[in-house]
Design a binder for this molecule. Structure first.
Ligand SMILES: NC(=O)c1ccc[n+]([C@@H]2O[C@H](COP(=O)([O-])OP(=O)(O)OC[C@H]3O[C@@H](n4cnc5c(N)ncnc54)[C@H](OP(=O)(O)O)[C@@H]3O)[C@@H](O)[C@H]2O)c1
Length: 254
């Protein structure tokens, strides 16, 4: 039976992936800061007692590594790790007070992705069984979006980081899967006051993401319509991109 470790499991995409994997009979390691929300989620899942809750901050590297090691020893081997914990905050470089937020976004979205994966690689390699490390990028990482200087940078870095890791692990039994959500209906996007093209219900997103993880897809944008938008964005010369996006709606600063 599969063991799946998910960060950012208390809400949105992480919680929905947890529900889907639990229905498939997987044993889950659930990570987020809000213990009571994680407990509530675990108690709502089939075979609640077999799932582990780790209430911690993913920027606490020692705590995250201890949780990963505990989950490996309890399950005897983990097949899927999803580094999904993330925050989205508006940041502007000209405001020096945004620097702390900038660092927090990078620590949570990028550095914690590597810290999440690291403890699993040796035992996954040793198992020789098909395993997956899943990074959550974003369409916001394809090109820099105005007002999202930290968020766009963090997600562009997640995409490149996962690509490097994929090449590094290519000869092993571990596939690195990068998933870039477009707009998915979760608490993260519910605060947005602007129009969100191709907004997708989280249940639908989870089904597609689980399919991509099962197939071991190297890179997948969900929904597919956003995949075409992303392809177009990559092709746009800077002058056209600047013209189209300089007035794009901004994420609120804190
Ligand atoms: N929704 C979208 O449209 C969209 C689009 C592109 C990319 N994404 C990415 O998808 C991922 C999930 O987003 P979502 O939409 O599901 O957002 P969400 O509903 O806000 O969930 C974010 C999750 O991350 C956890 N988290 C945040 N900071 C953490 C920290 N320091 N330590 C531990 N856990 C932390 C939160 O739990 P606690 O608060 O309990 O810690 C929560 O479970 C993120 O990486 C996001 O950037 C989402």
């Amino acid at each position: 039976m599969q063991a799946v470790f998910i960060t950012g499991a208390s809400s949105g995409i992480g919680a929905e992936l947890a529900r889907h994997y639990a229905r498939q009979g997987a044993t889950l390691g659930l990570v987020a800061r809000r213990a009571e929300v994680l407990d509530e989620l675990r108690n709502s899942l089939p075979d609640a007692e077999k799932h582990q809750v780790y209430a911690l901050d993913v920027t606490d590297h020692a705590a995250l590594t201890r949780a990963a090691q505990d989950f490996i020893s309890r399950t005897g081997g983990v097949q899927i790790v999803i580094a999904n914990a993330g925050i989205s905050r508006g940041t502007l470089t000209e405001h020096s007070e945004d620097l702390a937020v900038f660092e927090q976004v990078i620590a949570t979205n990028l550095t914690a992705t590597a810290v999440t994966f690291a403890p699993f690689i040796a035992s996954m390699r040793a198992s020789g069984q098909p395993c997956r490390l899943v990074g959550i990028g974003s369409v916001a990482g394809i090109r820099g979006l105005p007002g999202a200087e930290a968020y766009s940078a963090s997600k562009a870095a997640v995409i490149s980081y996962c690509e490097s890791l994929r090449l590094e692990l290519r000869a092993s039994c571990i596939r690195v899967v990068t998933i870039c959500p477009g707009y998915i209906d979760t608490p993260m996007t519910r605060v947005n006051t602007y129009a969100m093209p191709f907004l997708m219900p989280v249940e639908k997103f989870a089904v597609r993401a689980i399919g991509a993880i099962r197939n071991g897809d190297s890179y997948r944008i969900i929904p597919w319509q956003m995949g075409w938008v992303a392809k177009l964005l990559r092709l746009l010369p800077n002058w056209a991109f600047d013209l189209a996006f300089s007035r794009a709606p901004r994420k609120q600063r804190e």
